[in-house]
Design a binder for this molecule. Sequence first.
Ligand code: NAD
Length: 353
Amino acid sequence: MILVTGGAGFIGANFVLNWLKACDEPVINLDKLTYAGNKDNLASLAADDRHIFVQGDIGDQVLVAKLLATHKPRAVLNFAAESHVDRSIHGPAAFVETNIVGTFRLLESVRQYWNALPSEEQGRFRFLHVSTDEVYGSLEADAPAFSETHQYAPNSPYSASKASSDHLVRAYHHTYGIPVLTTNCSNNYGPYQFPEKLIPLVIANALAGKNLPIYGDGKNIRDWLYVGDHCSAIQRVLAVGEVGETYNVGGKNEMANIDIVHIICDLLNAIRPRADGKSYREQITFVKDRPGHDRRYAIDARKIEAELDWRPAETFETGIRKTVEWYLANQQWVGRVMSGDYRDWISQNYSER
Ligand code: NAD
């Protein structure tokens, strides 16, 4: 049994679905169901006894203690977070509350649980914290990619809150001996991503005939990793990662935002051409830059590759094609998420277990 937090969100849901495809070890899925949490993502597990969904907050120590005592998971994987940089600029409080205070409370619950385990189970237990490359701040164009020893320099309330949580996780290992692992991954893309993030937003807006908004000059660079590859990296770290270590996870796919949008437009031009025969590129609009927008992130993933023998299965070319095809095939999902109707659908069609 493993306990996953935030498993109704983008990466968490992909992780749970992939996990239960690959093995029979049950999953307790604790998710608060914020705007970003969507049980529609888990609809294929509605009748699957290996998946126990619990709506709740990682900061609810009574609830988490009860879940730990009842199910005795061998690992806790913390995906739960407020994750959108733009939202953190407009309303940082929720980021402090969940990403910092929530992670702290979760760690406290885990500490109490772990202290009470027999010593051989203490040794087997893992707390895996899912984090981001944004904690390292912005890179100059010619600077080497972020390695695990790169100094933390978070620039947004989102990345600062994630950096704080990383430090707490580290401290719980050094101070209390909790067997922790941390992953810092680059930008993910793929199925079930909420359409406020660049790639699903561009696909959804393109199909809806809306503008494709690009910040500033569009030359901000990110490393992009297909979500299934992030999930396989987390599984690998959980299985064979060294306790107390952090692992950077990336796809060696540094791309400027404008190039990503061009690629999506060209894929859509080929797969689902506009009725008027024009290119989707005509919908691109440059908008005022995000305040404090980091220029470049790049991940040096040599440690996880060399020490844990992990490699991504997708190239950007194959991953982005899969993603565009998934969004085209799942227009109902997109429509429900964007209209908010999915919340009604959940209450009518999906009972808590
Ligand atoms: P997401 O916003 O899609 O999902 C977050 C999930 O956490 C949602 O289901 C939400 O309901 C849940 N949640 C939020 N607050 C909660 C709380 N207090 N208690 C319980 N559940 C709560 O985010 P995502 O993109 O899937 O990211 C998952 C994790 O991976 C985050 O920790 C994020 O920082 C990290 N990460 C994301 C990316 C990326 O590109 N998306 C890259 C690297 C790391």
